[in-house]
Design a protein around this ligand. Structure first.
Ligand SMILES: Nc1ncnc2c1ncn2[C@@H]1O[C@H](COP(=O)(O)OP(=O)(O)O)[C@@H](O)[C@H]1O
Ligand SMILES: [Mg+2]
Length: 272
């Protein structure tokens, strides 16, 4: 149960007020952006702050509409939010008056079709998947930041969306918790085969998670290059894949793409 996402020739322009005067002007956040996320793929989208990553995610989520171009999920145009796509944001979005289990159940209530007992059972299954089987009855204020984010992930997965959209979901966590959740996410993805778009500005995180890393440049936002990541996680065994030379090579490659100034269009035309 997974889907292919396609953005083609997508443009997004916002009306912003100038710094000097207060007049409205157009700000081109995305320009002619093309991106395919294959069915069942975990694709990382990395780029500097402000380059348009969240703008891309909001469009795929159907929270906003593009100024131009098309976005499809399995060939169907995205016209608004839907239960086929689930979003995890950086900030925890749990209801404080509901337990972890009841927060997961919330998504199942929205989807409908399951009885009370089935919902509780399904919620527990997904809490277990993210390592929180013993914390189902805790309230958000009784959970650490990493645990809250895991509840949010369990909630997103519980209604079995075809697509999981994650916008810097581990950005607010300490380094150790972050690495643990990255590993958990990979194993969940391997088990469920969900199509995942994972947004981050962290190069290591992008390389560790992605089957491919799409590198974005800003002003206006475009996909600069897509790097295939061929790291064999199974053969790594107990070795930390982040410590391998192959990993360092990919990190260096992505870092270089982010660092290099974008070639001027004239220069490209001249060389060509
Ligand atoms: N609703 C909006 N109105 C005006 N400008 C926006 C809006 N949303 C985003 N932007 C601008 O578009 C650019 C890309 O923003 P965003 O997608 O949030 O970047 P990122 O997630 O990569 O940090 C930024 O310059 C931001 O200020
Ligand atoms: Mg963002």
């Amino acid at each position: 149960m997974s889907s292919r996402i396609e953005l083609s020739n997508v443009g997004q322009t916002f009306q912003v007020r100038g710094d000097d005067d207060r007049r409205l002007r157009e700000f081109v956040a995305l320009d002619a952006l093309d991106l395919e996320i294959r069915s069942g793929e975990l694709l990382s989208l990395v780029g500097p702050s402000g380059c348009g990553k969240s703008t891309v995610l909001d469009l795929v989520a159907g929270l906003t509409q593009p100024t131009s171009g098309t976005i499809t999920v399995d060939g169907r145009p995205v016209t608004g939010p839907g239960l086929d796509r689930s979003v995890v944001f950086q900030q925890y979005t749990l209801l404080p008056w509901r337990t972890a289990r009841a927060n997961v159940e919330l998504a199942l209530e929205a989807k409908g079709g399951l009885g009370r007992a089935e919902r509780a059972q399904r919620a527990d299954t997904y809490l277990e998947l993210v390592g929180l089987a013993d914390f189902a009855n805790r309230y958000p204020h009784e959970l650490s930041g990493g645990m809250k984010q895991r509840v949010a992930i369990a909630r997103s997965l519980s209604y079995q969306p075809e697509v999981l959209l994650m916008d810097e979901p581990f950005g607010a966590l300490d380094a150790q918790t972050r690495e643990r959740l990255q590993e958990e996410l990979v194993s969940i993805w391997q088990r469920t085969g969900t199509t995942i778009l994972f947004i981050t500005h962290d190069i290591d995180e992008a390389v560790f998670l992605g089957q491919r890393v799409a590198v974005m440049s800003g002003r206006p936002g475009r996909i600069r290059e897509i790097v295939d990541i061929r790291l064999d996680r199974r053969s790594a065994g107990d070795e930390d894949i982040r410590a391998t030379t192959a990993f360092a090579g990919y990190r260096h490659r992505v870092w270089g793409l982010l660092r290099e100034p974008r070639p001027a269009r004239e220069a490209v035309a001249h060389v060509a």
